[in-house]
Ligand binder design. Structure first.
Ligand code: ADP
Ligand code: UVW
Ligand code: MG
Length: 401
């Protein structure tokens, strides 16, 4: 039974999944992290057909992504699954920025690699890392097609009114400054899964999808098409995130450069890596912020207030953009696991047709579920995302076409 390898590369880490190409079952998943540091770490989990998981962990220096792929291959050889029984027939890569060039999953040729590299200026934190993963994976699996699946692709349907920044039009066009939107693979997967759960045709309903992970974005999906989303030219715009500020008055950056004498790189680092929940509370992980707030930590409480305030603003905005909303859907780490954030995001919105059922919201489950009351006119759902499965599907679709 053939398999597809899905790779999601970050700057000093990559995550992977091996997925059976017929049954779509996850055969193994893993994480190689702290690449380039004195001590790296690799976690490999084999998933048996009954769902039982066997996890193993190694600490060792991992010089670069190529070395990381060798570590992954060793783990697979030592612990399974057997690549003789499950030969890898294609590799799917998450690529964050596809610009205005890539709207579809794309087989990676030399030219495509050059284009992804060239788009790095529009996603300086993500595309260089994605490319490193591609180069290393092509070395490790030379004989099979490699396919890039772009975070931006689902948002190709944004209307000009949603993707245009109100700045000098010529300058913007010259430097490709516009909103692209991200997390599209997740928004596509989740909006389709939500429609299926509701027994509705995705083309017939309007949804607000809230992808709340480390990175977070909201998406207004009308009839299966993205019509508005909260991330912009880069994944920095929009919601408050683990370490990213989200929306901010651009004049703040100018002020900090002039008055605090921060360099451009320091401002970049501040907004992307030292802001959001981390900047406000000293904690970037939502679980820690919620716990600290329950312990009476005032900074953590304010961080939550700011996070929820921004989120509610986007929900209201997208109600106005869509006119009619059939479902609000929570997904990703925070969206799937935090009843308190879900409740606070939508409390007091009865006049919008939203009523959360407290008991349903608190119930723990890994399956798609409804958390609104039966008389809520808008269905509120929790739908687990699965970007890797979506990437595997799109990868296979391209290679089979
Ligand atoms: N039970 C929980 N309550 C609140 N937040 C949670 C819970 N479980 C996970 N999270 C949060 O989810 C976030 C990670 O989401 P995830 O989608 O895995 O991120 P990413 O894929 O972007 O790395 C973290 O901030 C983590 O704290
Ligand atoms: C695009 C983006 O923000 O991705 P992530 O949430 O994985 O950081
Ligand atoms: Mg994620």
């Amino acid at each position: 039974m053939a398999s597809v390898l899905v790779v999601n590369s970050g700057s000093s880490s990559f995550k992977y999944q091996l997925i059976d190409s017929e049954s779509e079952r996850m055969l193994a998943t893993g994480l190689v992290e702290r690449i380039g540091e004195a001590q790296g770490r690799a976690v490999h989990t084999v998933v048996a057909s009954d769902g039982a998981e066997e996890k193993s962990e190694r600490e060792l220096p991992i010089a670069d992504h190529t070395a990381g792929f060798a570590v992954m291959l060793d783990a697979i050889a030592d612990l399974g699954p057997s690549l003789e029984t499950h030969p890898v027939i294609a590799v799917g890569h998450r690529v964050v920025q596809g610009g205005a060039r890539f709207f579809e999953p794309t087989v990676i040729t030399d030219l495509v690699r050059i284009n992804i590299d060239e788009l790095s200026s529009l996603a300086p934190l993500h595309n260089p890392a994605n490319l490193e993963g591609i180069v290393a994976a092509q070395k490790a699996f030379p004989g099979v097609p490699h396919v890039a699946v772009f975070d931006t692709a689902f948002h190709q349907t944004l209307p000009p009114a949603a993707y245009t920044y109100a700045i000098d039009a010529e300058l913007a066009a010259k430097h490709r400054v516009r909103r692209y939107g991200f997390h599209g693979t997740s928004h596509r997967f989740v909006s389709h899964a939500a429609a299926e759960f509701l027994g509705r045709d995705v083309g017939d309903i309007n949804q607000i999808v809230l992808h709340l992970g480390n990175g977070a974005s909201a998406c207004a999906v009308a009839g299966g098409r993205s019509v508005e989303t909260s991330m912009g030219m880069t994944p920095l715009e929009g919601l408050v995130m683990g370490t990213r500020s989200g929306d901010i008055d651009p004049a703040v950056l100018l002020h900090l450069q002039r008055r605090a004498k921060l360099s451009i790189d320091e401002v970049d680092d501040l907004l992307n890596k030292r802001s959001g929940l981390l900047g406000l509370s000293g904690r970037g992980d939502m679980r820690d912020v919620v716990d600290a707030s329950l312990d009476g930590d005032a900074d953590a409480a304010l961080a939550l207030d700011v996070y929820v305030h921004r989120l509610r603003g986007y929900v209201g905005n997208y109600f106005a953009q869509l006119g009619r909303v059939d479902a609000v859907v929570f997904t990703a780490g925070v969206g799937e696991n935090s009843p308190v954030i879900r409740a606070r995001a939508l409390e007091g919105l009865e006049s919008f047709g939203i009523r959360i059922d407290a008991e349903r919201n608190e119930a723990r489950s890994r399956a798609a579920r409804v958390i609104s009351t039966d008389d809520s006119t808008v269905a509120v759902l929790v739908v687990p995302t699965n970007e890797e499965l979506e990437i595997a599907r799109q990868t296979l679709a391209v290679t089979r076409a």
